[in-house]
Design a binder for this molecule. Structure first.
Ligand SMILES: NC(=O)c1ccc[n+]([C@@H]2O[C@H](COP(=O)([O-])OP(=O)(O)OC[C@H]3O[C@@H](n4cnc5c(N)ncnc54)[C@H](O)[C@@H]3O)[C@@H](O)[C@H]2O)c1
Length: 317
């Protein structure tokens, strides 16, 4: 099988490339190498067909999609810091770029997986979040929600193209996916905490640290994507992909210190200092993963300890 991975030099995309190559498939990557990097795919570079380009390039996307059997659309601008600092470009990539990929997959009648996000649920306080939960987002001037809005529109267009043109799309909504190769540079909390702990620097917790998340190891997420992609009865459907075990950011920092044997201290930083005035966050974000469990029998295998160990082992290298 010929697999095209947009964003294949990124964190999740590069793990998908590893897994499909291991399965014996051929893998093509389209990536503009902004948040992704050659280093993520250096170990498999000689087995990949790599195109350094942009998902908004219709001609390039069209020809790559045409020559593939399965398209995994992972390319996006993400990371809260990145979205806050590069808002216009991020919306263009996530909305216009995804539109190009969706239309190419429709034109060439290709199987497609799109990477959506738990951010689409916004700050809905009714937890856990299931696939039918409402979107609750802040006003347009609260810039962080532009990522949520663009991803929600991408999903809506995908569902419409499925209904009107038979687009063979399955949507996965990742919740806080973590693991080796993820960078803390764009606002991702776990690699940032572990990196600070390994250097015995202060661990910087935004706000009071009472906000909570659930983390999912990338190996578990990749297994879910591959199983959903191989099952045509998931076409037209959408699934939360998330981990187990809710943790507050304060508990996470303490656990990171314990697992890495660090001498770091906790330091609290106001959101306004980290992201500027008017920043909004959601207090909790907990996935309901019963739908994907029931559909394909998938469940995460990692817990928070093994996730932290895995990230620390990677960063120590
Ligand atoms: N990691 C998570 O916790 C998480 C959570 C929810 C959703 N997602 C989604 O999963 C997907 C993969 O995310 P990730 O965590 O691997 O992030 P990532 O930043 O590592 O990967 C995104 C990749 O897309 C590439 N890219 C960006 N703009 C591009 C463009 N215009 N053209 C071509 N390539 C471009 C980047 O260089 C990068 O390699 C994204 O769609 C993201 O929105 C991730």
């Amino acid at each position: 099988m010929r697999v095209l991975i947009t964003g294949g030099a990124g964190f999740i995309g590069s793990h998908l490339a590893d897994a499909y190559l291991a399965k014996g498939d051929s893998v093509t990557i389209l990536d503009n190498l902004t948040t992704g990097s050659r280093a993520n795919i250096a170990h498999i570079e000689d087995r990949l067909d790599i195109h350094a380009g942009d998902i908004r390039d219709e001609a390039l996307v069209g020809s790559l999609v045409k020559n593939s059997d399965l398209v995994l659309h992972m390319a996006a601008a993400l990371g809260v810091k990145n979205i806050m600092e590069n808002t216009v470009e991020s919306v263009s990539i996530n909305f216009t770029g995804s539109d190009v990929v969706l239309k190419a997959a429709t034109t060439h009648n290709k199987r497609l997986i799109i990477a959506s996000t738990s951010e689409i649920y916004g700050k809905n306080p009714a937890q856990p979040l299931n696939e039918e939960s409402d979107r609750v987002v802040g006003a347009p001037q609260k810039i962080r929600w532009t990522y949520s809005d663009a991803k929600a529109l991408e999903e809506a267009i995908a569902h419409t193209l499925h209904r009107t043109h038979g687009l063979k799309v399955t949507t996965v909504r990742f919740f806080n996916t973590v693991g080796p190769r993820q960078t803390g540079q764009y606002g991702m909390v776990l690699p940032r905490f572990v990196s600070q702990a390994l250097k015995n620097e202060d661990i910087t917790i935004y706000d009071d640290g009472s906000q909570s998340r659930v983390f999912c190891h990338v190996d578990d997420a990749v297994r879910a994507v591959m199983t959903l992609a191989a099952d045509d009865s998931t076409i037209g459907d959408y699934f939360n992909i998330g981990g187990i075990g809710e943790t507050t950011m304060k508990q996470l920092a303490e656990k990171v210190i314990e697992r890495t044997g660090s001498h770091s201290k906790l330091k609290y930083v106001p959101f306004s200092e980290a992201y500027g005035a008017g920043f909004e966050d959601m207090q909790r974000r907990v996935p309901d993963i019963s739908k994907v469990k029931a559909k394909i029998g998938w469940a995460p295998t990692h817990n928070l300890d093994s996730i932290i160990d895995s990230v620390a082992a990677h960063l120590k290298k």
